[in-house]
Design a protein around this ligand. Structure first.
Ligand SMILES: C[S@@+](CC[C@H](N)C(=O)[O-])C[C@H]1O[C@@H](n2cnc3c(N)ncnc32)[C@H](O)[C@@H]1O
Length: 416
């Protein structure tokens, strides 16, 4: 069989979605990943290149559309914007395919082939949910483009137009994006990007290049209330989040994530729990209801200060926050406490440091809850844990990022 060539045009049927968002089809036993391909589509595509073992392709013509394909509501998505990837797919179908995607990644590992992947918990209203926006600016003031990148890193213009908006950004972020466009078309300061975080309390925190901060902040004055930190209320608890600290980007769905985690924990009060990679104390300050002592470990200074502040304002005293790298702090805590009934880990996308996995396997907590926004590193780490005696039973995915291929997973592991 002749191999596929660059620029070759072929007709192909899309079978599934892969992590990264593309549709996967098979041609002469070769995988072809198609930008914006939808399972069930019959497409005419052009091969654009090759990466790893797969060919990459762009759609030339949708010959037969899948019945889950829909007309995207966003005109900038139609121009190629990569701020989200799946706006051309029915939301219920997105949830189904996210579940399939996770199962495929997890069950690729022999040790995890038995792991049950539950239905993805979606949002009732999957729009305007992002509390944090990284917006990019390119071009001179007469032709300013301010918005998000496409898959070739070209910045598309979302906000330099009347009623320009992103359908996954919080309405206040959209207002600020348009105001930023007005400000930069009046005076084009050489700004390449800005990070904006907003809350439902109408607070606005701007992370801008220092040189232009004062000028731009004054141009945006009056849209929300500018402050160095914002607050998010999750169930009955209010969390302060200072500009560089991490917080979940979807405030509404964070309540579901917290409930999902708490649901897995022992109902009876117990002695010790450890929240590794704890951020501003989101999970930590719910664990304190059920455990005599709780430890939170975090390497970011601002996040740790926020966590301590949050504990204080919530009048929670049975918690200790440790400012250190997880790989250093966890083994030390394990030496100091007799046993931890529960360990929670919620690492960055790269997953857990091997020393953290080693410490967990040594300590064998009654339950380990692993929260992850990257199914690939999650699967890698669960496999290592399995080989060291911590068995994964099931995974509960929560859709924190509608219309994108991203999904949060909550895995439960027990000593096996
Ligand atoms: C995905 S966030 C989770 C935070 C928190 N659980 C939440 O949901 O808000 C990961 C956190 O781990 C922290 N972090 C990254 N590497 C770390 C390390 N080696 N040791 C400790 N914390 C780390 C980051 O600063 C960030 O706050």
């Amino acid at each position: 069989m002749s191999p596929l060539l660059k620029d070759q045009e072929i007709i192909i049927d899309v079978e599934e979605l892969v992590y990264g968002g593309e549709g996967r089809a098979c041609y002469n036993e070769q995988d072809v990943l198609i930008h914006r391909g939808v399972p069930g589509d019959r497409l005419r595509v052009r091969i654009t290149g090759f990466k790893d073992t797969a060919a990459r392709a762009d759609i030339i013509e949708v010959i037969t559309p899948s019945d889950i394909r829909q007309v995207p509501i966003c005109p900038v998505f139609l121009e190629g914007c990569g701020g989200c990837q799946w706006l051309h797919m029915d939301y219920e179908a997105q949830l189904y395919w996210k579940g399939r995607m996770i199962a495929r990644i997890i069950q690729d590992y022999e040790t995890l082939s038995h792991v049950q992947v539950h239905q993805v918990m979606g949002m009732d209203d999957p729009f305007y949910y992002r509390n944090k926006m990284v917006v990019r600016m390119r071009g001179p003031k007469e032709a300013l483009r301010i918005g998000f990148q496409d898959n070739k890193r070209w910045v598309l213009n979302v906000y330099n137009k009347e009623s320009g908006q992103c359908y996954i950004q919080h309405p206040l972020n959209n207002q600020l994006g348009r105001a930023l466009a007005v400000s930069l078309t009046q005076e084009r300061r050489p700004l390449k990007s800005a990070t904006i975080r907003v809350s439902d309390e109408e607070e606005v925190s701007l992370d801008l290049e220092k040189k232009w901060r004062t000028d731009i902040a004054s141009d945006l004055e009056g849209i929300g209330r500018q402050t160095p930190y914002v607050h998010y209320t999750i169930h009955d608890r209010r969390f302060r989040v200072t500009s560089p600290s991490f917080f979940q980007a979807n405030t509404r769905q964070t309540g579901v994530l917290v409930e999902t985690v708490l649901d897995l924990l022992p109902k009876k009060p117990a002695k010790t729990a450890i929240d590794v990679y704890c951020g501003v104390g989101l999970f930590t300050l719910f664990l304190t209801d059920r455990f005599e002592s709780v430890y939170g470990i975090e390497e970011s200074k601002t996040a740790l200060e926020d966590a301590r502040h949050n504990a204080e304002t919530l009048h929670i005293s049975n918690v200790q926050f440790i400012y250190d790298k997880a790989e250093n702090a966890l083994p030390e805590i394990m030496q100091a406490v007799e046993r931890a009934e529960v360990i929670l880990v919620d690492p960055p996308r790269s997953g857990c440091n091997p020393d953290v996995l080693h410490a967990i396997s040594q300590c064998r907590p009654g339950i380990l809850v692993y929260i992850s926004c990257n199914a690939s590193t999650l699967a890698r780490d669960l496999d290592i844990l399995d080989q060291n005696g911590m068995k994964t039973t099931d995974i509960r995915p929560v859709d924190m990022f509608p219309h994108t291929y991203h999904v949060e997973c909550v895995a439960r592991c027990v000593p096996g």
